[in-house]
Write a protein that binds this ligand. Structure first.
Ligand SMILES: *Cc1c(COP(=O)(O)O)cnc(C)c1O
Length: 232
């Protein structure tokens, strides 16, 4: 049996090595521990081992876990919201989540901006469905930059980049084309003046590939916390 601290250290080591191989500064890649379905005590354990960024998928779970851990996580702890978000649940996510990775419309961005405290813009990423899968949320590649421009114009929202969940593939190398697609889309957006500096891509089975392709935020659950009991 490995401990959470050991698994976390192993993932951190893999992030470091992927950065070395890609000639990237490890400070440009943020590891997000995806803690959905995991009890609050495990987040404290991860925090004690130095992990400060946490990702949650369910609005109410973020609300409840955030409240339970209020004042217990070390200063500098950061919440990310990475699940599908409905407008009526925005109130559970703001202001807890520093970054909402899953914005797919200017309308949702507007609701986030309305809920955020005045002068404290809500950080957001636009989720892109790079594989054009009907089962996945996110905007299609063809309309992504248009949506980004609309989100950028929303008051009290700060657009920071793009996020994707690529189609399920057998080997991580097969995800490379999707990571590349997100990276080139962001580059095209930046050339048009959109502030797309963050690339949220890569999960337990493919985060090293994502780092090689330019990820700045990797979302890792299973490799840190172990298999989830409730499959998500
Ligand atoms: C669950 C989840 C992850 C983490 O997945 P693992 O395979 O457990 O690392 C990352 N991103 C999103 C959007 C998720 O829902």
């Amino acid at each position: 049996m490995t401990t959470l601290a050991q698994r976390l250290a192993a993932v951190q080591g893999r992030v470091q090595r992927a950065c070395d191989q890609a000639g990237r500064d490890p400070n440009t890649v943020q590891l997000i521990a995806v803690s959905k379905t995991r009890p609050a005590e495990e987040l404290l354990e991860a925090a004690a081992a130095g992990q400060l960024h946490f990702g949650e998928n369910y609005a109410q779970e973020l609300r409840d876990k955030g409240a339970a851990l209020d004042g217990q996580l070390p200063p500098g702890a950061v919440w990310h919201f990475i699940g599908h978000l409905q407008s009526n649940k925005v109130k559970y996510v703001v202001p807890r989540a520093t970054l909402v990775h899953t914005v797919d419309s200017a309308r949702l961005a507007a609701e986030l901006g309305r809920r955020a405290a005045p002068g404290v813009p809500q950080g957001v990423l636009v989720q892109v469905n790079v594989g054009d899968e009907t089962s996945k949320s996110g905007v299609n590649v063809a309309e992504a930059l248009e949506v980004c421009a609309a989100v950028m114009a929303v008051p009290n929202v700060a657009l920071r980049g793009l996020m994707t969940i690529p189609p399920a593939v057998e080997r991580p190398e097969q995800a490379a084309q999707y990571f590349d697609a997100l990276a080139s889309l962001a580059a095209e957006g930046r050339a048009r003046g959109l502030p797309l500096t963050e690339l949220s891509m890569g999960m337990s089975h493919d985060f090293e590939e994502a780092i090689r392709r330019g990820a700045t935020l990797v979302r890792v659950g299973t490799a840190i916390f172990g298999e989830r009991v409730k499959p998500v």
